[in-house]
Design a protein around this ligand. Sequence first.
Ligand SMILES: C[C@H](CCC[C@@H](C)[C@H]1CC[C@H]2[C@@H]3[C@H](O)C[C@@H]4C[C@H](O)CC[C@]4(C)[C@H]3C[C@H](O)[C@]12C)C(=O)SCCNC(=O)CCNC(=O)[C@H](O)C(C)(C)COP(=O)(O)OP(=O)(O)OC[C@H]1O[C@@H](n2cnc3c(N)ncnc32)[C@H](O)[C@@H]1OP(=O)(O)O
Length: 383
Amino acid sequence: MALSGVRVLELAGLAPAPLCGMILADFGAQVVRVDRTPRSAVATDVQGRGKRSLALDLKRPPGAAVLRRLCCQADVLIEPFRHGVMEKLGLGPEVLLQENPRLIYARLTGFGQSGQYAKSAGHDINYLALSGVLSKLGRKDENPYAPANLLADFAGGGVLCALGVVTALYERTKSGKGQIIDASMVEGAAYLSSFLWKSQNLGLWNRPRGENLLDSGAPFYETYKTSDGKFMAVGAIEPQFYEQLIKGLGLDSDKLPSQLSFSDWPKMKEKFASIFAQKTQAEWCSIFDGTDACVTPVLSFDEVASHQHNKQRSSFIKNDQEEISPRPAPLLSRTPAVPSFKRDPFIGEHTEEILLEYGFTKQEIAKLYSDKVIEFSEPKANL
Ligand SMILES: C[C@H](CCC[C@@H](C)[C@H]1CC[C@H]2[C@@H]3[C@H](O)C[C@@H]4C[C@H](O)CC[C@]4(C)[C@H]3C[C@H](O)[C@]12C)C(=O)SCCNC(=O)CCNC(=O)[C@H](O)C(C)(C)COP(=O)(O)OP(=O)(O)OC[C@H]1O[C@@H](n2cnc3c(N)ncnc32)[C@H](O)[C@@H]1OP(=O)(O)O
């Protein structure tokens, strides 16, 4: 796999850093999640695929020393705390990079390492708000709407941080040097919205929220309810595709207002809605599948893996526990990701194995264990 041989330490965090670690693991990196002790301070990482878990108390000086030793041999550290936490533990980048100049120290935060909010708590919705993106999301006359925690946490956070890590790893092959990655989710979400910024002169966003072409203003870029309570998604933007939509709906474009007549959009939406409400989702699929009308079913999580297209591409996978999840993307032709099919690790499940692998002796491990600096998922394991 593309990242095999890359050693990653991921300090356990909420949602974005675990995705970053999972992506790197899917593509072959050896990812160790450093979990907290005592175990009651549960980290609910549901993105532990392909990772191993080491339970380590970083608040105790011997625990921080263990992490320093691990970092000397690691390629990447993913850190998910707000600014100042690692410095307080004596584990800031100036310390760790001095000990291992090749280390890539990825700091994945909401507000970044500087600025007046750097030390403030926050979540996806706050980062999205500060990025400007949230102001663009939502329907006409409604409050801004955050689409789950997809945009800041995952797209602008976990995914862009993984891109930063891979870019820094590539650069290191030339310079031999590591570096610090300041991955702010505010900036990640803003960066994702570059198209929105750069398309302002095209007139795409001149109207209030929810009244534009791509933000639920247009009748041809909308979802519609079907007679069986399901939905269809319509994205017929270009005139030639719009024409196919009109045909599929059984309408005559000569008798309709022009596609881009803004003032007619609300009326056209009502018309499309009343037509979509007359057939089931399956009936609409049989009309639109195989056309260029850009009309697709809105699938639920229960339906998505068994849809023919997704089945043909094996886009969803089932692990040993029969849990279905998306296959890693994108597909690399020679060295594709090979996700683990095993269950996610228990906290502390691999503590001993990892420490041995990183050069700790059995005696050192036993001492750390008796001092309660580390934990095992089975406390009496092997010692
Ligand atoms: C919208 C999403 C968030 C979704 C999260 C949900 C998935 C979950 C949130 C609550 C969960 C539920 C809840 O826990 C109750 C149930 C528990 C049960 O077990 C399961 C079901 C639950 C219902 C459970 C279900 C779900 O899991 C939840 C609903 C997001 O936006 S995530 C993005 C968040 N932002 C960031 O990641 C940006 C950077 N980070 C931060 O800004 C802060 O970390 C953050 C997130 C604000 C949290 O602040 P906090 O004060 O808690 O932490 P920090 O200041 O960063 O400091 C960390 C402290 O921990 C110490 N520490 C760390 N590792 C170790 C270690 N190995 N050993 C010892 N100590 C450690 C560290 O030293 C810091 O200590 P200090 O505070 O003393 O400096």
